[in-house]
Ligand binder design. Structure first.
Ligand code: HEM
Length: 164
């Protein structure tokens, strides 16, 4: 069973988010460690869950998170989201941890941009986090429905969305 499709937000929203990442990149700072610091600060229990991970694994995870935030067509990544949310459930990741992670990415970009951050960025990020959050929760619900139907296998991610 799959849930109803989620209406796509305006294209300008994702373009604005991409622009904010591009502005942040110009600050020439290593953004990933800053995101994890912000994330662990705002999300109780997340640092314990990730204590065994090294910077390479954290880097690979953050690449995927940023890919999802900047993906033009999130519908192409439904299978990947179902796969990762199923796998992450096994790691002990709680649903609210996803939103905290996305908010930590936003906070870090906002902090890096300083006075260059404005209302346009604020509202594009708000919309993007809500949209990605809806898709993550839809994936979690699909996994739960599948588990109740007797299958506990994670879905196979489609080739074009599988992390390389
Ligand atoms: C949409 C959001 C997320 C995506 C796309 C994502 C993606 C990934 C990927 C691709 C890896 C594997 C890295 C590798 O070894 O190559 C990973 C590992 C991991 N992620 Fe995430 N992640 C997300 C959210 C989270 C959240 C919210 C947590 C909460 C703390 C979390 C905790 C972990 C942990 C603990 C591992 C290591 C698992 C292991 O021991 O193998 N992730 N994630």
């Amino acid at each position: 069973m799959t849930t109803a499709p989620i209406a796509a937000p305006p294209r300008s929203q994702v373009e604005t988010v991409i622009q904010s990442f591009s502005d942040a990149a110009e600050k020439d700072q290593d953004i990933y460690p800053q995101i994890y610091t912000a994330y662990f600060r705002r999300c109780p229990g997340s640092d314990e869950l990730m204590a065994h991970t090294d910077h390479r694994m954290r880097g690979r995870m953050m690449e995927e998170v940023l890919m999802l935030l900047m993906a033009d067509e999130l519908s192409h990544h439904e299978g990947y989201l179902r796969f990762e949310t199923k796998t992450h459930e096994g790691y002990g990741v709680k649903p609210m941890m996803y939103e905290n992670l996305l908010l930590a990415v936003r906070d870090t970009v906002r902090e890096l941009l300083g006075t260059d951050w404005g209302e346009v960025y604020e509202s594009a990020w708000e919309g993007r986090i809500a949209f990605l959050g809806q898709n993550i929760f839809s994936a979690l619900s699909d996994n739960e429905a599948k588990a109740m139907g007797g299958s506990s296998q994670p879905s196979t991610p489609p080739g074009d969305s599988w992390p390389t």
